[in-house]
Design a protein. Structure first.
Length: 455
């Protein structure tokens, strides 16, 4: 690659205690938590809305908040979830699993929670560079927005980019994809309006008739018909998100690497075409509900499931997941299933076998969960950086579980609180954080953190 040398002075803003990069679920919770602990906090978001997957990517439903017995993603995660659900009168108040999302309401919920905490917020501001020393301390980050380039400094940085951009650019080691570098496929979510509510609810949604987990789903006939060649496989999830309105998490787009802008651009173009073909196919094969449906929106952000995972002070393993392991420094409990979406060469198998396009799924029983230790948020080689969200230190199979919104919210709250403690008591050294104190404070804020059990 050719290079261009740029020598210039850029503006440097006033210093912050904590800067959070990325305003998805983990980033919002991190900023709220850090500010609540008394840290002067700045949240940077590259788009014009907070919320990430549930807003800009139009993911139509929350993954489960319960372990089938009780809610385990509590604290800020539960507060944000309940605030969103409260504005959706068609959702029973007691529902906690696979609850639909009103994306516009959720944007406002995140806005209100972040600003009420005292955190500062900058939209349309993109991380563009990281300055660090040889000891692994980030000295400043370079961002770009309509004012051009500027430098920002903090005592602790929290990387909630979803791709570990800040950590990777600062020199932290990382992994990406499987052993060959293949990544889970992306999905471009979309919304259909003018859907017949009775038919959708009683013919296609109740009992999961439309879902690929049902061998009788019409999605198999759609794919096998060959009439809609851009519909690649049978992945289709849907939720009633508002009056006459259904949100879809459907279709797969392979070879999308969120760290490669060209592949993301190709994926967005393809995703819009897939959404149109899915609308047309549903109108033909499920006319009772979708004959008059209207494709009103495709997500401005493609739904990416994985990219970089940091190499942290501890790597959460599949053995840990299978053993339902606890840790003395755990800051989150997680119960979501191992949800790794299949590679392109497995399409035919999932269709022939009439099963969901998921590879080697593992499910917990009622009441079961595992811990995520604080060390998974601490990148090797860095001193004043934490990572929260889908990029924490874990094996790929486990990333298929910890990548979803409820657990990301809970991780973000822990990261923000830890960052504030590092600033206030440990000169910004994230490894010096007292995890017993951290756990106690998370419990005081409503977090579900039972006493760790013996291994």
């Amino acid at each position: 690659m050719n290079t261009y040398s740029l020598s210039r002075n850029i503006p440097l803003s006033e210093p912050w205690d904590v800067i959070v990069v990325g305003g998805g679920p983990s980033g919002c919770a991190a900023a709220i938590s850090a500010a609540r602990e008394g840290a002067k906090t700045l949240l940077l978001e590259a788009s014009g809305a907070l919320g990430g997957g549930g807003t800009s990517a139009l993911v139509p439903a929350w993954c489960p908040f319960s372990d089938k017995e009780k809610v385990i993603y509590r604290g800020l995660a539960q507060k944000i979830f309940e605030a969103c659900k409260a504005g959706m009168p068609h959702v029973p108040p007691a529902d906690v699993d696979w609850v639909p999302i009103d994306a516009e309401r959720l944007k406002r919920v995140y806005d209100d929670f972040v600003l009420a905490s005292g955190a500062h917020l900058l939209f349309n501001t993109v991380l563009s560079g990281v300055d660090h020393d040889e000891q692994g301390r980030v000295r400043a980050i370079i961002v770009s927005n309509k004012q051009g380039l500027s430098a920002l400094q903090a005592r602790v940085y929290i990387d909630c980019t979803g791709d570990a951009d800040l950590a990777a650019w600062a020199g932290a080691p990382f992994h990406k994809g499987d052993d060959s570098g293949d990544l889970m496929p992306a999905t471009h979510c979309f919304v259909l309006t003018n859907v017949d509510e009775y038919a959708f609810r009683h013919i296609y949604w109740n009992g999961g008739r439309l879902h690929a987990g049902n061998p009788e789903s019409p999605i198999y006939r759609i794919v096998e018909s060959g009439k809609y060649p851009l519909i690649p496989d049978t992945h289709i999830c849907s939720n009633w998100v508002g009056p006459s309105t259904v949100g879809f998490n459907a279709g797969h787009i392979w070879n999308v690497d969120n760290t490669d802008p060209e592949s993301v651009s190709r994926g967005l173009v393809q995703g819009r075409k897939v959404a149109k073909q899915l609308r047309d196919a549903l109108a033909e094969y499920c006319p009772e509900a979708f004959a008059a449906s209207f494709l009103c929106n495709t997500a401005p952000q493609i739904g990416v499931r994985e990219s970089r995972r940091i190499d942290g002070d501890y790597t959460l393993t599949l053995d840990d997941y299978m053993a339902r392991r606890s840790f003395p420094d755990e800051i989150v409990r997680n119960c979501y299933f191992i949800d790794v979406h299949h590679s392109a060469d497995k399409i035919a198998d999932s269709i022939t076998e009439r099963r969901e396009p998921i590879t080697n799924a593992v499910y917990y029983g009622p009441g079961e969960s595992h811990g995520i230790p604080y060390r998974c948020l601490v990148p090797k080689k860095l001193q004043n950086v934490l990572v929260a969200g889908r990029s924490i230190s874990c094996e790929r199979a486990v990333q298929g579980s910890v990548r979803v919104m409820p657990v990301c919210l809970a991780m973000g709250e822990a990261a923000g609180m830890a960052a504030a403690h590092a600033v206030q008591s440990h000169c910004g050294d994230v490894r010096a954080v007292d995890t017993a104190r951290l756990r106690h404070r998370l419990q005081e804020e409503g977090g579900y953190l039972p006493e760790p059990t013996a291994a």
